[in-house]
Design a protein around this ligand. Sequence first.
Ligand SMILES: [Zn+2]
Length: 102
Amino acid sequence: MATTTFMILLMSLFYIIAVMALAIRALLKKIDWIPIMAASLFLTPVGGYIYYTRCKKPKTIKLKRYYCRRCNIDFTEPIRFCIYCEKEGIQIPLKPHIIHSL
Ligand SMILES: [Zn+2]
């Protein structure tokens, strides 16, 4: 009797760990993790995994921005120096960086 209870507890623990692992994988993949967690909770983790593999990672676009580290402004146009800092007589060279946006 005690062995059966222990086995049920152990299987429940594995079930919950599998559900949480799928939710964390979805979260790291930047997919909506709540439907995956619900699917794996109600349709077993195998069903949740099938749902997880069918979800596609959201597409992002790469944008090139030019950031001034002195006044914390992002410029979309390629310019050599920050125009606001240049008005104060300081030339801050702008370095391009890539941001990912939805
Ligand atoms: Zn500036």
